[in-house]
Design a protein around this ligand. Structure first.
Ligand code: SF4
Length: 418
């Protein structure tokens, strides 16, 4: 059996910028340390005198130890310029697994496919992702022997029935001239419909083929524009989401990064100029600022690159794709609304986009995000008696994108079809 490795083209181009980084991964994080690294650092390293202060054992946790950050929440083993002393004095091979690999991560899809990603919590990864449409070209490497991978349940992994056709259909939607909101509506509604037929292959396939016909997409876009957008509801949800981000239940799960806090402060400062924050939010949702429009017009690939990359990271299409779109609609709503608010005051720049996306991914792990959204749903239900439908978060954007974007979704299933 051959093993297939996939990675986005920019994976090999990535280079850490060290002290120039706007939100270093050596700060404000729980950085876990494996046992061999811990023992090397304590007993053999050139830095062994500093090691007892720099590391702390975590006997209750699943990890062996972690980095004991200083009062400024920085790793104690950085030099004055901000470069890693372990790397400099002991060598790359003595970095802990976490430090050596970050922001790289291997996602194993069964025993014969590995998809490699760079984490969006690194600002330089986001910078590369949004640079050009070509960033979403993928490299494929086939090796005759499977890589040793010790996780017994992975051999059960199967791509879902109709994976290839589903992938082509999603690809066609993303590569269309529809606006990002229209694309998301078509995809999430389509995936929800397909979910009903999981376990019934003939129905699944016929439904998927019907959906792939262009008039289905047109009908969907028409129904999207008929949905009555409730910007009051959207404004309430956005404010409540920000409140939850600020709140204690969130901080108890994960330490808030100063970059996210700085973004929240910037938003609060914007709101102060208005009597009611909801008025400002409703205004930008109903009529996105010109600066937001101009930015996207000059870089029409950005939202598609982001959507494609998030789908790649989350193994879409798969059996759980409905869940992906459920959460992604919130993520997109938070990111796009925040950018619209910034664009209402300033000319929107790449740095703003990197800031909003990266701070979200650094501060909010998948598990924390699920918790936040559960809380949001619970509060919404208590207020209205209804469950929240995330499709209602998509406001039809008055600016329709006509620019074709050239982003492509990788093809990962050859030789893996079940
Ligand atoms: S977050 Fe990325 S660029 Fe910044 S220090 Fe870490 S690896 Fe380097």
């Amino acid at each position: 059996m051959k093993h297939i490795d996939f990675k986005p083209d920019f994976y090999d181009q990535f280079q850490c910028v060290g002290p120039q980084c706007s939100d270093s991964c050596c700060t404000h994080w729980h950085i876990f340390v494996d046992q061999p690294t811990y023992e090397f650092m304590i007993y053999k390293s050139k830095l062994k005198d500093q090691a007892p202060q720099a590391f702390v054992r975590t006997p209750q946790g699943s990890d062996y130890a972690e980095i004991n950050l200083d009062e400024q929440k920085r790793c104690r083993l950085l030099d004055d310029e901000g470069w890693c002393l372990v790397h400099k004095l002991d060598g790359l091979e003595h970095l802990s697994n976490t430090c050596r690999l970050f922001p790289r991560k291997a996602l194993h899809r069964g025993n014969s496919l590995t998809e490699h990603v760079l984490m969006l919590s690194c600002p330089e990864v986001v910078r590369m992702l949004i640079q050009t449409p070509e960033m979403m070209v993928f490299d494929r490497l086939d090796t005759p022997e499977p890589q040793a991978f010790d996780a017994t349940d992975y051999h059960l992994y199967r791509r879902p029935h109709g994976y290839r056709t589903q992938l082509d259909w999603m690809h066609a939607v993303i590569d269309s001239d529809y606006s990002i909101e229209e694309k998301l509506y078509i995809l999430s509604d389509g995936v929800t419909r397909l979910n009903k037929y999981v376990g019934h292959p003939p129905n699944f396939t016929s439904h998927l083929i019907a959906m792939a016909q262009s008039n289905y997409q047109e009908q969907q876009v028409e129904s999207f524009h008929q949905v009555k957008v409730n910007t009051n509801l959207q404004g309430y949800l956005y404010i409540h989401f920000l409140e939850l981000l600020q709140g204690e239940s969130y901080t108890s799960v994960m330490e808030k990064s100063p970059r996210l806090q700085a973004l929240l402060d910037r938003l609060v400062a914007l709101f102060k100029q208005d009597e009611r924050p909801i008025t400002k939010i409703k205004k930008v949702l109903e009529q996105p600022p010109v600066s937001y429009h101009l930015y996207h017009q000059s870089r029409p690939w950005i939202t598609s690159n982001y959507l494609l990359y998030r789908m790649y990271m989350d193994d879409v299409p798969s059996m759980t794709s409905g869940q992906f779109f459920y959460y992604f609609l919130y993520e997109f709503f938070y990111i796009s609304t925040t950018l619209k608010l910034i664009a209402a005051e300033d000319v929107l720049t790449d740095e703003d986009v990197i800031w909003v996306i990266q701070s979200f991914h650094k501060s909010i792990s998948g598990r924390t995000f699920v918790r936040l959204l559960d809380e949001l749903d619970r509060d919404y239900k208590a207020l209205t008696g209804q469950a929240l439908k995330p499709l209602r978060l998509l406001a039809p954007c008055p600016f329709q994108s006509k620019s074709r974007n050239k982003a492509t979704l990788c093809e990962t299933d050859e030789g893996l079809k079940s």
